[in-house]
Structure formats: C-alpha cells, structure tokens
Design a protein around this ligand. Structure first.
Ligand code: DC
Length: 224
C-alpha cells in the first residue's frame, strides 16, 4: 500500500504523514528530505552553489549509489550522506535556498523517484511531497492533497523555525514561502498539483487529530 500525501509547504503534510506512519506501523518517506540531501551534497561539492552544477551533482550520486542512504528508526526516516546522519543539517536555510535547483532538474528528480520506488516495492509506505500522487505513484489508490490558507501555512512554518508570527522575520518568511509556492506550482517538470483522484483537505481549521481521522476514514472506505 502506498499512501500519497501532496501539498504545499506548511500544509501540515509532513506532520500528518509521520503520525500516520506511526499509527499504521509502516514507513514514512519524506521525499523533500531526499531532495535536500542531494542539495547538501551539492553545496559540499560546490560551495558557490548548485545552480549550473546539477548534472555533475546527479552524476556523482549515480556513480556512488551508497552515498545517499535512507534508514528507519521507529518508523522515522533518517537521511545519510557519506555515512553521516544529516537529518538535521538538511533543514539549514542554505539547503532550503539551494534545493530548488535540484528539484527543478530532471536527472535529480529521477534519482529521488527511483530511491522511493525501491522502498515502496518492498514495504507499505506513507510518502509526502509535491508530485507523489501525480508523477511518482500515479497508480496509488490512496491519495491526499493537503492545503491551508497561506497565512496559516506561514504561521505553522514560523512555529517550526521558532520565529515570532509577526515582525520583519515573519514578513521575510512569508516572502520566501510565496517564492517557493510559485516555484513548486510552476515547475516545468512535476509541478505541485492535486491528482484528480486525491482527496482534498483544507487543514486551516482542522486539528492534527481531525486530519488523521479524515485520512484514516477515507483509507478504510477505500479498503472496504
Ligand atoms: O518539503 P520540503 O520543503 O522539505 O521540500 C524540499 C524541496 O524539494 C522543495 O523545494 C520542494 C521540493 N520537492 C519536490 O519538488 N518534490 C517533492 N516530491 C518533494 C519536495
């Protein structure tokens, strides 16, 4: 079984996907974290940035299949780069600013997609991302698209980053999220969009428990 959860940044998808995986005792694949690990490798190799180096970065990773690894601890995904646990460092703003170049590059997308397909071939999984229900697993029968009002999404992201939800840092966060949204939705390859057969959930006024309950109800209906 593949439960595909797509949506924009701050829609709650990673929180939900993680809890859902724990509830169902299956693995959670955070596809964004794999893109981020490739970007971190790119930054390590090319300190001036990933732009224009995407092909070399993809080739380095293709030529060294053990460079990026994924493991699981209690259904939580751990990302490894050259045998170092980078699950925290891939959240650094520098990685966030560079990952766009990786996500826009078809050969890098293929690397991420093939890693996910290998895991999903052997295990039931919950996967979150932008193109899971549309491109990576279009045949998955359990698809969800989470969304929320932009202000709420920004407030959630501010909470994750320990930023006060007002003032200049918050204004800058909103600006950065608008840029990322535009990039995700307008990407030439695999843009963020709702699969026609995905259940749409606006989580703006929903608690985490309510979102999980809606998803589980829908999964039970699909399984009946
Ligand atoms: O969800 P996130 O912020 O960790 O994602 C990191 C980047 O990867 C973000 O720019 C969107 C991109 N991404 C993507 O293009 N496709 C996915 N399936 C997941 C993430």
């Amino acid at each position: 079984m593949i439960i595909a959860i797509d949506g924009p940044a701050g829609s709650g998808k990673s929180t939900i996907a993680k809890l859902l995986a724990q509830e169902l005792k299956i693995e959670y694949i955070d596809s964004g974290a794999i893109y981020r690990t490739i970007a971190l490798h790119g930054i390590n190799s090319f300190p001036e940035g990933c732009q224009g180096r995407e092909q070399e970065i993809a080739e380095q990773i293709r030529n060294d299949p053990g460079m990026i690894r994924i493991s699981y601890e209690n259904h939580t995904q751990v990302m490894w780069l050259n045998d170092e646990d980078v699950s925290k460092s891939i959240r650094h703003p520098k990685v966030t600013s560079q990952v766009k170049y990786i996500a826009d590059y078809p050969a890098c997308r293929e690397l991420v997609n093939s890693k996910m397909r290998i895991i999903a071939r052997d295990y039931p999984v919950v996967i979150d991302g932008r193109d899971i229900g549309t491109v990576v697993f279009p045949d998955s029968t359990h698809k969800f698209f989470l969304d929320a009002q932009p202000k709420i999404r920004a407030e959630r992201r501010a909470g994750d980053l320990n930023i006060k939800p007002s003032g200049s840092d918050f204004e800058e966060l909103i600006r950065q999220m608008e840029i990322r949204d535009k990039n995700d939705r307008e990407r030439a390859i695999a843009p963020l969009k709702r699969a026609e057969d995905a259940l749409y959930l606006d989580t703006s006024d929903m608690t985490v428990e309510e979102v999980i309950a809606s998803i589980l109800n829908h999964c039970h209906r699909l399984n009946d």
